[in-house]
Ligand binder design. Structure first.
Ligand SMILES: Cc1ncc(COP(=O)(O)O)c(C=O)c1O
Length: 364
């Protein structure tokens, strides 16, 4: 079995651990441990009969709910089969430009989407580990001379996977004036409370070259359902619809999406929970010799390791059925970094105990 390029591949992990996938404690996929919200499961069960009919190809109810949620007209919103499906449509857009600037280390699926249409990728390494001072990025390094922004695109992931860094709005704003197309992937932005978030959704009506991607996967713990959405100029979204199949989102995903964004209690609960538990986990990891976590604004942490991560990953799987995300698929990070989701306090403690045992064994 080949090495997975994404977190959450439990079949692969279970094979290595020698146990069923359900026995794995999965820190590798950055999914909230608080969901799915009860309200979502109840709504799906009560509307199961919807599977007898095709979904509404316009997804009018979901778009209306999202339009209230983000205070935008619904023509500016297009649901997709996870934000990964919308990335594929973007690959086709980017291929029409002279180049696409990718801030690296970058989420691997951007490369898939761009390469599938032969887009010209220009990498911009934005994060200097030695200069890492905190959660927020206020300055992005200059572009190389080979890029002409007027005819190029840019993808920014905010907060950024895998570093957990948050670009403050002002660090991105000037690109909206310069680039032909700017995509801001905000798959993890909902983990920040309304006081902290740095979303560009409020600017989308001012900039026809701006596309925002959002996902319901991480915050509402629904990776298996596949639901995300794009927020962009209605004209752009209209031709995207012509590029894809008529019903990419299932009826049940539409029901789930409406219930999820309406669940204000769940949202409040998550914002109250994350900062404390993330800080506890950060402190716990900082005390383990050989590990160095980096400050994060998201629901995951990137950690530098003095020991080979592939070795650690295999030891944690075989002896503790715990799965961490190695960073070998990010060429800039390699075998000295790994990423973990913030899970419940009890699960985080299991991870810390397992790390302590593994590190002692490795030192002995
Ligand atoms: C940064 C980022 N964007 C998008 C996605 C895709 O999410 P979805 O499940 O909505 O397709 C992921 C999934 O890992 C991600 O990490």
């Amino acid at each position: 079995m080949t090495q997975p390029a994404h977190g959450g591949n439990l079949v692969w992990a279970a094979k290595l651990a020698g146990c069923p996938p359900s026995a794995i404690v999965d820190f590798s996929a950055s999914i909230s441990p608080l969901g799915p919200p009860h309200s979502v499961l109840v709504a799906m069960k009560s509307q199961m009969a919807k599977v007898r009919n095709y979904p509404d190809p316009n997804y009018s109810e979901l778009r209306l709910a999202l339009s209230h949620f983000h205070q935008l007209p619904s023509e500016w919103i297009l649901p997709g089969n996870g934000s990964a499906e919308l990335l594929t449509l973007l690959g086709r857009e980017f291929a029409q430009l002279t180049a696409t600037v990718l801030m690296t280390p970058a989420f691997g699926d951007y490369y898939r989407a761009l390469r599938s249409y032969n887009a010209n990728v220009q990498e911009l390494f934005f994060w200097e580990e030695e200069e890492d001072k905190g959660k927020a990025i206020k300055f992005i390094p200059p572009l190389s001379d080979s890029v002409t922004p007027k005819t190029s695109g840019l993808i920014i992931n905010n907060p950024h996977n895998p570093t957990g860094k948050l670009f403050v709005r002002e660090a991105i704003l000037h690109y909206l004036e310069e680039f032909a197309l700017v995509v801001v992937d905000e798959a993890f932005m909902d983990f920040l409370s309304p006081e902290e978030e740095q979303s560009l959704i409020g600017l989308v009506q001012k900039y026809p070259n701006l596309v925002i991607l959002r996902s319901l996967t991480k915050f509402y713990s629904l990776p298996g359902l596949r639901l995300g959405y794009a927020i962009a100029h209605p004209e752009r979204l209209q031709y995207w619809k012509l590029w894809r199949d008529p019903w990419p989102v299932s009826s049940l995903a539409e029901v789930a999406g409406i219930a999820a964004i309406s669940d204000l209690d769940f949202q409040e609960q998550t914002w109250a929970w994350l900062p404390t538990v993330r800080e506890e986990l950060f402190q716990g990891l900082s005390q383990i010799p050989g590990l160095e976590p980096l400050p994060s604004a998201a629901n995951f942490l990137l950690i530098k390791s003095q020991v080979s991560v592939k070795k650690l990953q295999s030891q944690l799987l075989r002896h503790h059925q715990i799965f961490i995300r190695d960073c070998v698929s990010f060429p800039e990070l390699g075998d000295r970094f790994f990423r973990i989701a913030v899970r419940t306090s009890e699960e985080n403690q299991l991870l810390l105990d397992a790390f302590n045992q593994v590190m002692i064994r490795n030192a002995g």
